[in-house]
Write a protein that binds this ligand. Sequence first.
Ligand code: G3P
Ligand code: CA
Length: 316
Amino acid sequence: MPWLRLSVMRTTLPEPAMRSLAILLLVAGFATAADKVLAPYAKPTNIAHRGASADAPEHTIAAYKLALEYGADYVEPDLQMTKDGVLVCLHDTTLDRTTNVKVVFPKRGVTKGERTTYPVSEFTLEEIQKLDAGSWKDAKFKGEKVPTFQEMIDTVKGKAGIIPETKAPEVYGKLGLDMEKAVMDILEKNKLDAPGADAKTPVIIQSFSAESLKKLKKAKCKLPLAYLFMAGGSTKDELKAMKEYADGIAPNKAAILKRPELVKDAHDLGLSVTVWTFRSGQTDKFESVKDEMRHFLEELKVDAVFTDNPDQFPKK
Ligand code: G3P
Ligand code: CA
C-alpha cells in the first residue's frame, strides 16, 4: 500500500500510531491521489545526482558531504571498476573529463582513430588515487580524489540513502570483472543488502542495463531495482516487461513530458517513478529548478527526482 505524506505528524506521533492514522485517513477518503508516493519511497524524494554536483565536483567526497548538508534523502554514486576490480565512483568510463589523468599519466592513453582516452579499467586503484578529481570544477577543490564506493558508503551511511548505478557493466564483463557481484558483496559487507537493514540508509540499485538488473534479481538481490531509460515513450506493455526485472522506472524528464500518463501507468503496475535530471540552467520553461521539480512532483506525480541542486528541492 502506498505511504502517505504525513511529515508533520511523523514528528509528533510514534510510528505504529502514525501507520494506523494513515490507514484510517485512507479508508475515510481523506487521502487523495496527490498524497501518494510509491515504495520504496516514503515521501517525495530528493536524490543528489552525483552528489551536490552543481556546487562541488561530481562524485567527490566534497560533493557527497555537501549533498548531506543540503538535506538530500539519497546520494547517487555512479560506479565504474578499476583494473584491479575495485568499484570507484565516476560517471564516465574514462578518466578524461573529471581528472588530471593526462598530466599524471601522459603515456597511458588508449588511441582509437584520432581519439585518445584513459579508460578507468586501464588503471589500478593505486594509480587512480594519485589523480586530482576536483580542480576541473574549481581550483578550490584541488586535491579531491576519485572515491571508492566504500569511501562513499563510509561518508553517507547513517545519514542518507544510497542509490548506486551500475554503469557500463558489459564493458567490465568483457574484461572478466563482475560488477553486479562486486556491488552485492560490498553492500553485504556494509550490512546494506536488504530493505530495512539500516533504517537510515535505504539502498536502491539503478541501471540503464536491463541485463544488469536481471542478473541482480537472478542472484537474489533483495534490494529495490530501478530501470533507467530515455525519451521514447514506454507503452503499457513495455512497462509490464520492465516489471519483470525492476521495482521502479527511472525515465528522463523528456520521457515524462512526451507521455505524462506514463506515471499513472507505472504506478498502476506498482512501479515507482524516479526522474532525471533537474539542474539549474536547464529548466525548460520554468523560472527555476525548484519550480520545475515542484511541477514534476506535484502536478505530474512522480515519486522522486535526481537533481544537481538538492538544496533547491521544493518543500511544502
Ligand atoms: O542515474 C540517473 C541519471 O544519473 C542518469 O543519467 O548519465 O547522469 O548517469 P547519468
Ligand atoms: Ca547516474
